[in-house]
Design a protein around this ligand. Structure first.
Ligand SMILES: [Zn+2]
Ligand SMILES: [Zn+2]
Length: 142
């Protein structure tokens, strides 16, 4: 489904900014902060408040998901029904990597959650925290 159709189906008019924000998020394989998105928007740029407002609308309409990674800023990512990603976050420098797990199997967890809370899981987001190669070699040099 293209971006214009997704916007219309969500009852949002396809403004230039919404269209561009969706495009930026689609092209990025990592979640982005509102500031990252702002920097990537074509000129003439809207003001930052406009970017926030549009992001909030897209989150409300479930086209975009807002994720908090560690103690750092809020990140935004496009909701794509058929893909999901796991993330690796460096606790030292905050670098994020994302990967699409091959045959992610969290079925046993989902079963457990269903049994324990009678909760039907529809999706999950998984983050691993640790130290990236750069930060590891920095520490071992000292
Ligand atoms: Zn690092
Ligand atoms: Zn998974």
């Amino acid at each position: 489904m293209d971006r214009k159709t997704r916007l219309r189906q969500s009852g949002l008019s396809c403004t230039r900014w919404r269209y561009n924000i969706l495009k930026i998020l689609k092209d990025s394989h990592l979640p982005l902060t509102s500031k990252d998105i702002y920097k990537m928007l074509p000129t003439p740029k809207p003001n930052l408040a406009t970017v926030y407002r549009n992001l909030n609308r897209l989150v409300e309409k479930k086209l975009v998901r807002c994720v908090t990674l560690g103690e750092r800023a809020r990140y935004y990512e496009l909701i794509q029904p058929d893909t999901h990603k796991h993330r690796i976050i460096c606790k030292t420098c905050g670098q994020i990597e994302a990967f699409e797990p091959v045959g992610c199997d969290l079925k046993s967890f989902e079963k457990l959650i269903k049994e324990k809370f009678n909760f039907k899981v529809e999706e999950h987001s998984l983050e691993f925290f640790g130290t990236c190669p750069k930060c590891q070699s920095f520490h071992s040099q000292r």
